[in-house]
Design a protein around this ligand. Structure first.
Ligand code: PBG
Length: 324
């Protein structure tokens, strides 16, 4: 008790603070989400996400070589197809944009861990994450498409798949499908607790994937539900997920913390597009110190229990870490 206990004793100088610091960031913590589009020589800035781009495959390879040199071990790919249709057919086509990107990346940066997002919303003309019956997304028919995507990505050489669709039973279906095709070594990173969040707004602009009617509340989680998030994570682990994710990150640190206490599986957090764009917008106005806010946000996500962080700040944060 005070005056014997003085917590300020260990804060007096930088060396002491370094000595007792509980959490630290490394470029190895980061996974960079990237958008890939058809064409060549394209590096098209996304209006609502300043500093983020839609890359053609050649530009994507150059950018990933840079990320790799900075110590970032992994990227998550999102495809922007040439045309969209009711079943999102480009997503499971051998020459789909993500399949092309995977093949090229495994040549250009062979050791980088290439993760592919599994979902239908970027590829469907209605923008929903599954097969539509009337005004509803049909769960079980959607599973077949997700499995076809995963197998097609695996054949292209993907290192990991990450389903973000929030259909029930998808992890089990994907595990079975991958194993049946001989891909039993490909891990599944499950977007296990994915909330129905307005923080995805800029992403939908980037991927042109906003639903044309209704919203995603009938499959993504209600932001009010923390206990249900634990059930989602638990069931994905039972179905065979290798890594589980909480998304978004900063507004859901309580869920992240709870998950890290309850489960021993590696835990990922996704600092989503809206989290990114809010920081960028305020920084561009000179209202906040971008460098410090970015590093503090990432550090706090890690402190809450994330082993890895999907973040659009991956390159920026790795560059800052290299300077220190
Ligand atoms: C696809 C998907 C989305 C995001 C990741 N995968 C969009 C959505 O669910 O609407 C959002 C990522 C972000 O906002 O950065 N289902």
């Amino acid at each position: 008790m005070f005056p014997q206990t003085r917590l300020r004793r260990l804060r007096r100088n930088a060396a002491l603070r370094d000595m007792v610091r509980e959490t630290s960031l490394s470029p190895k913590d980061f996974i960079a989400p990237l958008f890939v589009t058809h064409g060549t020589g394209i590096k098209d800035e996304i209006k609502s996400m300043p500093g983020q781009y839609r890359f053609s495959v050649d530009e994507l390879c150059k950018y990933c070589q840079k990320l790799w040199a900075l110590g970032i071990p992994s990227v998550m790919l999102f495809g922007i197809p040439e045309h969209k249709d009711g079943t999102g057919s480009e997503s499971y086509h051998d020459n789909g944009i993500v399949q092309q990107a995977i093949r090229a990346l495994k040549q250009a940066v062979p050791e980088m861990i290439v993760i592919a997002d599994i979902c239908m919303c970027e590829y469907t003309d209605h923008g929903h994450c599954g097969i539509i019956h009337g005004h509803e997304v049909n769960n079980d028919e959607t599973l077949d498409i997700l499995c076809a995507q995963a197998i097609s990505f695996a054949k292209a050489g993907v290192d990991m798949v990450a389903p973000s669709d929030m259909m029930d039973g998808r992890i089990m279906a994907l595990r079975d499908a991958l194993d049946d095709e001989g891909f039993d070594q490909i891990p599944i990173m499950s977007y296990a607790a994915k909330f129905c969040s307005a923080f995805y707004g800029p992403f939908r602009d980037a991927a042109d994937s906003a639903p044309s009617f209704g919203d995603r509340r009938a499959y993504q989680m209600d932001p009010a539900n923390g206990r249900e998030a634990i059930r989602e994570i638990e069931s994905d682990i039972e179905e065979g997920a290798d890594i589980v994710m909480v998304k978004p990150a900063l507004p859901y640190l309580d869920v992240l913390k709870e998950a890290s206490q309850q489960f021993d599986h590696p835990l990922a957090a996704y600092q989503v597009s809206g989290e990114y764009s809010m920081i960028k917008a305020a920084a561009m106005n000179g209202w906040i110190d971008e460098e410090r806010i970015v590093m503090e946000s990432l550090l706090c996500i890690k402190r809450a229990g994330a082993k890895m962080i999907l973040t659009y700040f991956a390159e920026y944060a790795a560059e800052l870490l290299a300077k220190k």
